[in-house]
Write a protein that binds this ligand. Structure first.
Ligand SMILES: C[S@@+](CC[C@H](N)C(=O)[O-])C[C@H]1O[C@@H](n2cnc3c(N)ncnc32)[C@H](O)[C@@H]1O
Length: 263
């Protein structure tokens, strides 16, 4: 018959067993959900303000990256949008589905259990996020490449570093940032405004534009910005700042004060 363990041996054995179990539990949960951001919900008044800033409409497709208990998705659906949330944590996804059911919007929402870095965001008119600065920066190239110009991106608390927000609000100490995905204006354009023909050479840094307008070999500086595909420039051809405005479509700009084609 095996000898009974002494009290000291039993205590040591107990500690070893507990430490092993604790290690296993943490390793298992770690393997299940390796979160890039911990769960912290956005207060409802901030959610409302985020969707106000995005000017969410009933025609919009909305996506919340890291959707938590689903509150942003559910609020968007209550406003008539079609909305999808993605969260890596299955507990959050179950909670979000339950909350959508209670709110009576299950038919207009979808919660995907998955990685926000892998989900297709190209159909989103409005993208919301409450993540972290580093996560925003990892997402930034995809946001700029995959979303159509004019899509709105709203972040609670965290910026996109040198991609400056188009709008910022502070709600009782909570920062909310809005970006409008810019179109593509960089390059050389043969332009016309008020009967004047000139060559526009534009450099683009996110939504900001700088460059030159050249007529008869003489160049003047140009500055401006993009709001989606709307281009607004200012150039001084000699008689004071001239506003130039148009819409970019494919390889052309059309507007009252600016018409151009790419060259
Ligand atoms: C700060 S909470 C925000 C929750 C919700 N969007 C809100 O504002 O109330 C971040 C959420 O992101 C989820 N998350 C973290 N890393 C993720 C990843 N790689 N893919 C998808 N979801 C992730 C977390 O589970 C958590 O629910």
């Amino acid at each position: 018959m095996p000898k009974p363990l002494s009290t000291a041996a039993r205590i040591i054995f107990g500690f070893v067993l507990l430490a092993g179990l604790a290690g296993m539990t943490s390793a298992q949960s770690h393997a299940q959900v390796r979160l890039d951001v911990p769960y912290v919900p956005t207060p409802q008044n901030v959610v409302d303000h985020m969707l106000d800033m995005a000017k969410l409409t009933t025609d919009d497709v909305h996506v919340d990256l890291g959707s938590g208990d689903g509150r942003i998705v559910i609020t968007a659906a209550k406003r008539g949008a079609r909305s999808t949330g993605v969260d890596l944590n299955p507990t959050r996804v179950a909670e979000a589905n339950e909350n959508a059911k209670k709110a009576g919007v299950s038919d207009r929402v979808a919660f995907i259990q998955g990685d926000l870095f892998e989900i297709d965001i190209s159909k989103a008119d409005v993208l919301t996020m409450y993540l972290l600065q580093g996560v925003n920066l990892r997402l930034r190239p995809r946001i700029l490449a995959d979303l159509r110009p004019g899509s709105r991106v709203v972040s609670h608390a965290f910026t996109m570093n040198d991609w400056e927000a188009d709008q910022h609000a502070n709600l009782n100490g909570r920062n909310i940032y809005l970006w409008i995905v810019p179109g593509k204006a960089e390059g050389t354009w043969q332009a016309e405004s008020g009967g004047r023909k000139f060559t526009l050479n534009l450099k683009q840094a996110f939504q900001k534009l700088t460059g030159t307008a050249t007529i008869d070999g003489k160049s003047v500086p140009v500055t401006g910005r993009l709001t989606g595909n709307t281009i607004e420039l200012s150039a001084d051809f000699g008689g004071g700042a001239t506003p130039l405005r148009g819409e970019i479509k494919d390889d052309a700009i059309a507007g009252e004060t600016l018409r151009a084609t790419r060259s």
